[in-house]
Design a binder for this molecule. Structure first.
Ligand SMILES: C[S@@+](CC[C@H](N)C(=O)[O-])C[C@H]1O[C@@H](n2cnc3c(N)ncnc32)[C@H](O)[C@@H]1O
Length: 415
């Protein structure tokens, strides 16, 4: 686990102003007094179209604690929609979503409009529009951002810095430092997912990624599989109420945060309601993942007909006994990104063999990770050996936290 405070060198507490000025020196190649800093800012401000730099952020030595807290809040991550940051929000919406109170807004506007007279940022709209973009700047600017954060941590960790909001600032800046280190270092987050043809927005909570709990992150394969299934829901013959009066039985394996199963269930609910005579659905994973899965199922309003529970691919009997599940009883099996160890192909094929009905379909999406080419081939061989055929098969281009990823979509049926 990464500790954000590892970045903090607490030995030098006397050079506070010098350190902060040094940051400026590093960028401008000269040392400056506070007044020189301000007049330098004015020069930059004359060009309204000039891009924003970390240099434009309020320096910790001169700006008020409220200004610093407002800045840190603006630099917090946007709620992501479909793995992308949400754009086009008003200043009011941004302030509400980032919990920036009126007092904090006034402090940061005062800093830019009156104290430094920075025309690039002299009203709340410009501030809310431009400052959050600094998080996505170049690698050099990002390392300057890390310097900026550590200078704040250094000042507000120091007991000599007296402010009623020191604790809040230290907490916020520690989160910002962690966020610089990628998804695996982020304490926890929520993400929203929107689909064409569906009114509901799926909102998922992801706990901090600790140990091997890969199911606490939503993976790109689940987004692309959800898009395929939800957006084509009414065209897929098997996604309908059964004519024989029995409930349609749906099972998700290795659901993680639950995107595939939850989005599928939200779409079912919009079209068919929640009558348990029509649908029986289980979204499943390992014990340590299931608490969060249950939370997400409830939060998205589908828990009246969807059960989130443990189904370990190595000991399915517990699940079978608890829910009196018969062999080959599921019409639909959903699986996204289940193969990342040599054992997984065999375990996953065992589960499909055990649970898929004679006329059922398993919808599978896997990322094309170079490291797991062998496991993907073993999966194909085992499916074939167990008398399964691949119906539709297609490569998709999708997205995950680190960018574009290639995926393979497959529909699996018994021969
Ligand atoms: C890469 S994650 C994918 C999660 C989710 N399907 C997604 O795409 O966001 C793989 C998932 O498989 C689950 N898994 C791994 N081994 C398992 C096992 N033996 N039994 C059940 N689930 C397992 C993990 O807990 C994890 O949630």
């Amino acid at each position: 686990m990464f500790d954000p405070l590892d970045l903090y060198d607490g030995t030098d507490t006397q050079n506070e102003i010098e350190t902060s000025t040094e940051t400026y020196t590093f960028i401008n190649d000269k040392a400056m007094t506070p007044n020189e800093v301000l007049s330098e800012d004015e020069e930059i401000d004359n060009d309204d179209a000039a891009p924003l730099f970390i240099l434009d952020l309020p320096p910790v030595s001169y700006a008020s604690p409220e200004t610093i807290l407002a800045t840190l809040s603006l630099l917090s991550p946007d709620t992501q929609v479909n793995f992308k940051s949400s754009a086009g929000l008003t200043a009011e919406e941004i302030c509400n979503s980032k919990h920036i109170t009126n007092d904090l807004q006034e402090a940061i506007v005062d800093w830019y409009a009156n104290i430094t007279q920075n025309k690039k940022l002299d009203n709340i709209s410009k501030i809310c529009n431009m400052i959050p973009q600094l998080v996505n700047s170049s690698d050099t600017e990002r390392s300057n951002l890390l310097n900026y954060y550590t200078s704040i941590l250094k000042k507000y960790e120091n007991p000599k810095t007296v402010s009623s909001i020191s604790g809040t600032i230290v907490k916020e800046v520690s989160l910002r430092i962690a966020e610089c280190c990628g998804r695996s270092a982020i304490p926890s987050m929520s993400r929203d997912f929107k689909f064409e043809n569906m009114t509901s927005i799926v909102s998922l909570f992801e706990p901090s990624l600790t140990a091997d709990n890969l199911g606490w992150k939503t993976w790109g394969a689940s987004l692309i599989l959800s898009e395929v299934l939800v957006e084509n829901f009414t065209n897929i013959a098997s996604f309908k109420k059964k004519e024989n009066g029995e409930p349609l039985k749906v099972l998700e394996l290795g659901a993680g945060t639950g995107l595939v199963g939850i989005s599928w269930a939200c779409k079912w609910k919009e079209l068919n309601g929640t009558d348990k005579n029509d649908i029986e659905m289980y979204i499943t994973d390992l014990p340590e993942i299931v608490d969060n899965l249950k939370k997400n199922t409830t939060a998205n309003g589908i828990d009246s007909f969807v059960t989130a529970d443990v189904l370990d691919w190595t000991k399915a009997d517990d699940f079978v006994q608890k829910y009196s599940v018969e062999d080959q009883s599921f019409d639909i099996i959903l699986v996204a990104d289940p193969i990342y160890s040599p054992n997984h192909p065999e375990w996953v094929v065992n589960m499909i063999s055990k649970f898929l009905r004679a006329d059922g379909t398993c919808y599978l999406e896997i990322p094309i990770r170079p490291k797991y080419a062998v496991e993907r081939q073993v999966l194909i061989d085992l499916l074939d050996k167990n008398n399964f055929s691949i119906g539709n098969e297609r490569y998709d281009q999708g997205i995950d936290d680190w960018g574009s990823v290639k995926y393979l979509y497959r529909e699996i049926r018994r021969k």
